[in-house]
Design a protein around this ligand. Structure first.
Ligand SMILES: [Cu+2]
Length: 160
């Protein structure tokens, strides 16, 4: 599948040593908080050559008293965005679709290389390093937050 090729290319360019540890979600949310309590920082996109899908990363901080969950994203610049988790076993990097990324109350979660990420597919026009891409994050309960992601080159290992 194309996205798998893209992820492997990105991983190869990065080297396994640079892959960050994924933040693991805590237990299930009781009543997820709205996006208002979520602060998003260091939002960036790793752009891969050609038509390969890109991955979007960010750090999410939940300042609220209730757990929150990222469940998806939308952008006018991509036809489809999926929430993925990268997994490494036996030196092989794969990824799977996940339904949500939990951000614990007064806690953090990360979309990061080697961990959870937004898979950006079908750019409506080419995205190049330096572009600022607006992506709307969708949270459980229906709240949203629109964030500007900075596009960075394929060999970038950390965001802005
Ligand atoms: Cu992916």
């Amino acid at each position: 599948m194309t996205w798998a090729i893209g992820e492997r290319l990105g991983a190869a360019l990065l080297g396994a040593a640079l892959l960050g540890a994924a933040a693991r979600p805590a237990g299930a949310a009781a009543a997820p908080a709205g996006a208002a309590a979520i602060r998003v920082r260091h939002a960036w996109i790793r752009v891969l050559p050609g038509d390969l899908p890109a991955a979007a990363y960010a750090r999410l901080e939940n300042r609220g008293d209730e757990s929150a969950a990222l469940v998806g994203a939308l952008s006018g610049r991509y036809r489809r965005i999926m929430l993925h988790e990268s997994l490494t076993s036996g030196g092989m990097s794969t990824m799977r679709r996940v339904s949500q990324l939990t951000i614990p109350a007064h806690g953090r979660a990360a979309l990061s290389p080697g961990g959870y990420h937004l898979m950006l597919m079908g750019a409506t026009r080419p995205v190049k390093p330096g572009d600022r891409i607006s992506i709307t994050l969708l949270f459980a309960g229906g709240s949203t937050e629109t964030v500007t992601f900075l596009a960075m080159p394929a060999n970038a290992s950390a965001g802005p």
